[in-house]
Design a binder for this molecule. Structure first.
Ligand code: 2AM
Length: 181
């Protein structure tokens, strides 16, 4: 079994800008900068014998490259105690949603469950299990105008998610190129 997900990588300049958003806050666990990405589809535990079919299917996806904004911060869930602090993509780009829909259709066709919640593009910055809701609201207010250079998205990736000594690692399984425009 491998725990798999499909995601977009972020260039160094974006990772640096996101790193500027980190600040000491009680009860908050910041994600490791090298682990920051934008998840498009979470496949979960996948039997080895199904992985080749996933890779072949993802290779057939044809979506044009695009520029993705990186702006705004927020948290999940919108109501109740915040659990995840994230950076957003503004209104995104139609191709971002097109790509995510194509991936979802493709993997749904292979029997993977997209889950019940609507996909909300986000880059996880921190888990906020122990932070106070008020501290998170203050943080959001302070960074509400966050915006950095858009990212040119030219590929997406299939990653595995592994845990070693309490830390998560995301080994790359395969990269899939978008089409040139
Ligand atoms: P995230 O994007 O909100 O951080 C690997 O676990 C990646 O898949 C993470 O980026 C994670 O969330 C995302 N993901 C989406 N749905 C998930 C789920 N049900 N369980 C674990 N991770 C999930």
């Amino acid at each position: 079994m491998q725990r798999l997900f499909v995601a977009l990588d972020l260039p160094e300049y974006t990772l640096e800008a996101l790193d500027q958003l980190t600040e000491p806050m009680r009860g908050l666990t910041w994600s490791m900068p090298e682990n920051r990405h934008l998840t498009l589809f979470f496949l979960g535990e996948t039997p080895e014998e199904r992985i080749e079919a996933v890779r072949v299917a993802l290779r057939s996806i044809s979506v044009a490259a695009f520029f993705m904004p990186v702006q705004g911060v927020g948290y999940f869930p919108p109501k109740g105690r915040p659990r995840v602090l994230w950076a957003g993509v503004g209104n995104g780009h139609p191709h971002l949603f097109q790509l995510q829909h194509r991936i979802t259709d493709t993997l749904f066709g292979l029997g993977f469950d997209p889950g019940e919640r609507a996909w909300q593009p986000h880059i996880t910055l921190a888990r906020c299990g122990g932070a106070s809701a008020e501290a998170i609201r203050q943080y959001i207010k302070k960074h509400r105008d966050f915006e950095t250079a858009p990212v040119r998205v030219t590929e997406f990736h299939l990653y595995a998610s592994e845990r070693q000594g309490g830390r998560r690692f995301y080994p790359l399984v395969e990269t899939f190129k978008l089409t040139d425009v």
